[in-house]
Design a protein around this ligand. Structure first.
Ligand code: BG6
Length: 520
């Protein structure tokens, strides 16, 4: 942690991977869609520009929309120029684009998949399409099962003897729509792919500061002795977005904040903050410890969900000085929608380390700012000396882990204000990635796609993690499903959610708090 120029790290960020992956063909299902255009291809382009991909690699896009190679490339070029880190200059783009080809077909049609398989096999035989295959399911979630069945039916899912050539599958979130659905999907995918071939992607796990949680906790002796119920009063996790649902209204309305954010992104944050030290950095050792946290979550039974979980929907308001419409007025959202765009809840982890420590979670769209932050709030000191009047009571120490934006870590502590009298003020030490390291962080999708190509599952969700997260969220969904309209609150866009979310924490004598990192 550094506050002056002398102690700033001078190194640059480490290379993304120790070696490039084997030659491979990336086959993207949902190739005409938004995710491919906005995230997958710009990330692949950046990886390629930075020399992280093997010389032999190719991309085959597959989707229902009829398109030629050329029209697909044109669309992707637009995405790359908007979203990639490196500008798409003409020469680099042409070299990259020559690796991209497009196939149109249905997701549930055996004949279309046979044609795809033949095309991939021909390409492998003549050396254009490396035989190792990474299948990326970037379709709407409703098509996952069809694609997996078709991969199975066409033989594409089967890897060669001994896993060479290999076949792997990346599956986007949400993995299932409910606990039962997640089980059914796991069962289906496992009929074709072994767990070691399945990469359930959650882009939060590719974020630099999320990866840094393990380093912060297990490479620093100062935090380890304090990281438990003896010294920590409570933990807050805020994932706030300024944006509304944009053009994703129809998808979002069938999902809501509990499924879209809590069941996946927020459960990962909680498990990384709360897990025990893994026995090694081996992917399964880490995931074993994460899943134990989820299994220790105290259930919120369905009949208590309405009282213990605050759900709300944004109404028209002002965000960043701009008037915005309410959720029910968004494109694709029904007028009588009862989907939540905000959730706040309190959870407990019933194990030795965290017994009695509340974790307060809140997430919402159309909040006043885009902030993802984990606040670890330490216990207050005895109310004597400085803790007592006239100096105290004092605000306890807080360690704030800022995931985005301005990712970094801030520690708040008390200092004496210079002068003859004793006056105390909270001050903060800031560590910011952008100021500390010259090299920018790669996008989370770059990190994760490269990991999948390398076969490293550390930052992907294992099936038991998915199930444990669903097991916690499902009773809440069940409890909220049948509640009358009154249990879904509203909040004006541009605010921090409904008053009940404040009461949730205030009734325990605490407040929501975000630590503002100082800007240099
Ligand atoms: C996605 C959700 O997984 O994460 C979106 O489906 C959400 O609704 C997004 O906006 C947030 O990601 P980030 O990286 O912007 O915090």
């Amino acid at each position: 942690m550094a506050d002056g120029p002398d102690s700033r790290p001078t190194g640059t960020a480490p290379a993304l991977a120790p070696r490039p992956p084997d030659p491979f063909t990336l086959v993207i299902f949902g190739a005409s869609g938004d995710l491919t255009w906005r995230k997958v291809i710009p990330s692949i382009y950046d990886l390629w520009r930075d020399g992280h991909l093997p010389v032999d690699f190719a991309v085959v896009g597959y989707a229902r929309t009829p398109m030629t190679d050329e029209s697909w490339r044109e669309r992707l070029r637009d995405g790359v120029s908007r979203f990639s880190r490196a500008a798409a200059d003409e020469k680099a783009w042409s070299a990259f684009a020559s690796r991209l080809t497009y196939v149109s077909g249905r997701y549930d049609d055996p004949a279309d998949f046979r044609a795809l398989a033949e095309r991939l096999d021909r390409g492998a035989a003549d050396g254009r399409l490396p035989p190792n295959r990474l299948f990326y399911l970037a379709t709407p979630p409703g098509a996952f099962a069809d694609v997996v069945r078709s991969l199975d039916g066409s033989g594409l899912g089967r890897a060669g003897d001994g896993g060479a050539p290999w076949a792997r599958v990346i599956i986007e979130k949400p993995f299932g729509h409910s606990l039962d659905d997640a089980w059914a999907l796991t069962d289906l995918v496992r009929r074709t792919f072994a767990e070691g071939q399945i990469f359930r992607i959650d882009h939060y796990l590719g974020k630099e500061t999320v990866q840094n949680l393990l380093v912060l906790r297990f490479a620093n002796s100062i935090f380890d002795p304090l990281w438990n119920q003896k010294y920590i009063d409570h933990v807050q996790v805020t994932v706030a977005e300024k944006e509304g649902v944009g053009t994703r209204g129809a998808y979002y309305d069938a999902s809501g904040a509990l499924r879209d954010m809590v069941q996946n992104h927020m459960m990962h944050l909680v498990s990384l903050v709360a897990m025990e030290p893994p026995v090694s950095l081996n992917p399964d050792a880490i995931r074993d410890e994460k899943v134990k946290v989820l299994q220790a979550l105290r259930p919120i039974p369905a009949d208590c969900a309405v009282d213990r979980v605050v759900r709300a929907r944004y109404e028209a308001g002002t965000v960043g000085g701009e008037s915005v419409r309410g959720y029910r007025e968004e494109e694709g959202v029904p007028d009588d929608s009862r989907t939540e765009t905000f959730v706040a809840l309190k959870l407990f982890i019933d194990n030795w380390r965290w017994a009695g420590v509340p974790f307060y979670l809140r997430t919402g769209k159309r909040m006043p700012a885009r902030i993802t932050e984990i606040g670890v709030h330490f216990k207050a000191l005895p109310q004597v000396l400085f803790g007592a009047p006239p100096y105290g009571p004092l605000r306890p120490n807080v360690l704030a882990i800022r995931i985005q934006p301005n990712d970094g870590i801030t520690m708040r502590f008390q200092v004496k204000v210079p002068g003859p009298a004793i006056r105390l003020e909270p001050y903060q030490m800031d560590f910011g990635y952008a100021e500390a390291f010259r090299e920018g962080s790669p996008d989370a999708y770059e990190r994760l796609i490269l990991d999948a190509a390398l076969g490293d599952q550390t930052r992907f969700t294992r099936s038991d993690e998915v199930e444990a997260a669903w097991a916690f969220v499902q009773p809440i969904l069940d409890g909220c499903r049948d509640c009358d309209a009154q249990c879904l609150m509203t909040y004006p866009a541009g605010t921090w959610g409904p008053e009940t979310a404040d009461r949730l924490i205030r009734d325990d004598g605490r407040d929501w708090m975000l630590v503002r990192r100082r800007q240099r």
